[in-house]
Structure formats: C-alpha cells, structure tokens
Design a protein around this ligand. Structure first.
Ligand code: SF4
Length: 182
C-alpha cells in the first residue's frame, strides 16, 4: 500500500493544535510508517504546498489574505481536508476581533491609539499580509471533510481521528471524547 501524503497548515492560530499533534510522541513513528509528511510548519521546510496531497490538517481561522490563499491552494491540491481545532472549526479566539467592526478599527486601536512613539499602521504589500475585515472558520470558504474540535484537540483525539484516515478508513467522530469544544 502506498504511503498517505499528509500535510498540515497553520493559519490564524496559536500553534497549540500543532503542539498537541507533537504530543502524539512515540505514536508519530507509527504515523511515519503509514504517511509521508509532504508539507507542514513542524518537521519540514517545504515552501510550496504540493499537488496530490491525500490528507491535510488545517489549524487556525482565516484572518488575512495569506491565510485565505494558502487555504484555497490546500483545498485545490488535497483530497481530504480536516478542520483541525476550534480556531479552524469556529474561528474561536481570532474571531474576537469580529465584534470590533472590521480590520481598520482594530489596527487603529492597536498601532495608533495604543502605540508607542513610532505610531504607524502596518502596510507592506507582499511582506505583511493584509487583514481581512472578518475572521472566518475554514468551512465558510472551502469544503471540509472532517471536523476535529478542541482547543487544542487532545492528542488521543487526534490519534483516534487520523489513525483510520492513514489506513484509508473513515473515523467515527462520536461522543464527548471526540466532539467536545474547548
Ligand atoms: S484551537 Fe486553541 S490551541 Fe488550536 S490554534 Fe486555536 S487557540 Fe490555539
């Protein structure tokens, strides 16, 4: 059986979901038996999201143009996309700024009103990605094949969800242990 091509991407999140993935500890050696990591912020330094990915875990909400572009690319190049953690599933903490009426008032508050002596709005096209007015969970932009809630999802839940996927099977997402938020 060919190895599964596995990727993970990191959008607007704190990386805690990726840290929980690393908490799989020695079971990661089992992952390596069934999958090749073809793109990830942990354990790889591949710059371009590849074609032909089988499974992608998406951490984080969509908060800026770079997040949106990477998510669209990952969706187009991946068979099975997983919304991984509460920020991807609900937008969670990054979406708290949605209550403040768009990107501009948030940027003004942070960089002008609360800024130090060099008050300036960040604007470096091509270097600093522009914030989107509204932070979104990923399923609002692309089709999602599986949701793994949790902030972060505990390692046993991640294992229970991805172990079947690595064997070409569908995980059973039922019960408090698999579906609890927070
Ligand atoms: S769901 Fe929680 S742990 Fe995961 S990126 Fe968001 S804030 Fe961090």
């Amino acid at each position: 059986m060919d190895k599964v091509k596995l990727s993970t991407i990191w959008l607007a999140g704190c990386s805690g979901c990726h840290m929980s993935f690393l908490d799989l500890d020695e079971w990661l050696f089992e992952v390596a038996k069934f999958a090749d990591i073809v793109y990830s912020p942990v354990g790889s330094d591949i710059k371009e999201y590849p074609e032909g990915v089988d499974v992608c875990l998406v951490e984080g909400a969509v908060a800026n143009e770079e997040n949106r572009e990477l998510l669209y690319k990952a969706r187009a190049r991946t068979k099975f996309l997983v919304s991984f953690g509460d920020c991807a599933v609900t937008a969670n903490v990054p979406a708290m700024r949605n209550m403040l009426g768009g990107a501009e008032p948030v940027l003004k508050r942070c960089y002008l009103e609360l800024g130090d002596e060099t008050r300036k709005l960040p604007h470096e096209p091509g270097i600093v990605p522009e914030l989107l007015d509204r932070v979104s969970p990923i399923h609002e932009l692309v089709q999602v094949d599986l949701f793994i809630p949790g902030c972060p999802p505990p390692a046993p839940r991640i294992q229970a969800a991805i172990e079947p996927l690595l064997k070409g099977e569908q995980p059973l997402m039922e019960g408090r242990e698999m579906l609890k938020f927070g």
